[in-house]
Design a protein around this ligand. Sequence first.
Ligand code: ZN
Length: 159
Amino acid sequence: MSFEADGIVKHASRGWSAVTDGQLTPPPPEHVLDHLVRHYVIPDDAEFEFAELLLTTAPTTVALIDQLPLCDLCAHEGRPATPARYDACASRRGSGPWAYMCGDCFMMRSSQMLGLGLGQYLITRSDLDEGMRSAFDSARNHWIARGADPPNFSPFDEE
Ligand SMILES: [Zn+2]
């Protein structure tokens, strides 16, 4: 696992393929760290946003939430309740209504792409391991050393 010192993914593509060789592929740890840094280190710092962040395209493939929702499509179609890992456009062509989807539904019913306007892979705090915590702390210190003023809350705080 290799991270940029500032935690920001450079040259992210506009859409990221979430299926490889017919298998669901979670976004890489670099995308998780990018999400955490953009939301929990520099969210309110306009100077840094404009200087650094708006010049780079965020992967936007990950969203951190408190608890996984249930799959909307399984519920709608009478299948057993299944946790949803995806919040994405429920259309093969990538336009139309969004839904929370389990892996099977995402595979069959979405464009299989993640990113801005396409969909996000849902993670909870329990998905964040010690490696991610230390990478986040390093990136946070990096931004503080550059004069950023992060909020007091952190994605690793207990509820
Ligand atoms: Zn489903």
